[in-house]
Design a protein around this ligand. Structure first.
Ligand code: ATP
Ligand code: MG
Length: 200
C-alpha cells in the first residue's frame, strides 16, 4: 500500500528538521549587529521600532534617535516613552522641504549625532536605533566615515539599526544584516491620507 499524504509530509518534515537543526547548530557566534533597513517601500522605521520593543521586552536598554523627522510624533513614541529603559530623542525638526533651512538642519543633525555617538559609546545600551539617518549622508549633513568609525568602535554586544532610503554602499558593506523594502503599492497613491496606527 502506498504512503498516505500525512506519512510523506512527516518524512519530508523530518528531513527538513535535520537540515534546519544543522544550520542552527553552526550559528554559534554572538555579537552586536549592525542592521540597515532601506528601500522605497513602507516598513523601515516601524520594523526598527518593533526591534526596540523586542529588546525592551528582554529588559535591554534602548536608545532611539530620530533624525530629519520630528514634528509629528509616532504611536510608538507615545507608547514606548513610558518604559524607563528607553531613551527617545527627536533630533530633527521635519522634512527638508518643510524646514527649508539647510544650516539649521545641519546644526540639528550635528547636535543629534553628538548625542547619538554618546549612546554608541555606552555599553548600557543594548540597542541603538538611528532612524532616517541615511538622509544625513544624502544631503551631506553628516560624514559617513565618522559614523562608520563610531560603529566599529562601539561596545561589542551593542546592536544598531539604521533606517532610511538609499543607504550608501559603504554602510551596506559595513552592516551584518541589510533589508531592502520594495515599494510594491502604497495606499497614499490611491489618495488615502496617513493613518494613525499604520503610518504614524
Ligand atoms: P514606516 O514608518 O511606516 O515603517 P518607513 O520608515 O518605511 O515607514 P519613510 O520613508 O520613513 O518610510 O516614511 C514614513 C511615512 O511615509 C509613513 O507614513 C509611510 O506609510 C509613508 N511611506 C513610506 N513609504 C512610502 C511610499 N513608497 N509611498 C508613500 N508613502 C510612503
Ligand atoms: Mg522611516
Amino acid at each position: 500500500m502506498s504512503d498516505t499524504l500525512e506519512e510523506r509530509h512527516a518524512r519530508r518534515m523530518a528531513r527538513k528538521k535535520t537540515v534546519v537543526d544543522a544550520a542552527i547548530a553552526k550559528a554559534t557566534d554572538s555579537h552586536g549587529l549592525l542592521l540597515v533597513l532601506t528601500g522605497n517601500g513602507k516598513g523601515k522605521s516601524s520594523s526598527a521600532f518593533g526591534m526596540a520593543v523586542r529588546a525592551l521586552g528582554h529588559g535591554m536598554r534602548v536608545a532611539v534617535f530620530q533624525f530629519i523627522k520630528g514634528k509629528m510624533g509616532t504611536g510608538e513614541q507615545s507608547y514606548l516613552a513610558r518604559d524607563p529603559n528607553l531613551l527617545w530623542d527627536v533630533c530633527g525638526e521635519g522634512f527638508t522641504w518643510e524646514t527649508q533651512n539647510r544650516l539649521r538642519d545641519i546644526e540639528k543633525a550635528e547636535a543629534g549625532w553628538a548625542r547619538a555617538s554618546q549612546a554608541l559609546r555606552d555599553p548600557a545600551y543594548g540597542l541603538v536605533v538611528l532612524d532616517e539617518m541615511t538622509y544625513l549622508f544624502k544631503y551631506g549633513y553628516l560624514d559617513l566615515d565618522l559614523v562608520l568609525a563610531a560603529m566599529a568602535a562601539r561596545p561589542p554586544m551593542q546592536h544598531v539599526v539604521i533606517t532610511g532610503r538609499a543607504a550608501p554602499q559603504a554602510l551596506i558593506d559595513a552592516a551584518d544584516t541589510v533589508s531592502e523594502i520594495a515599494d510594491v503599492k502604497h495606499a497614499f497613491r490611491a489618495g488615502i491620507k496617513a493613518q494613525p496606527g499604520i503610518d504614524l
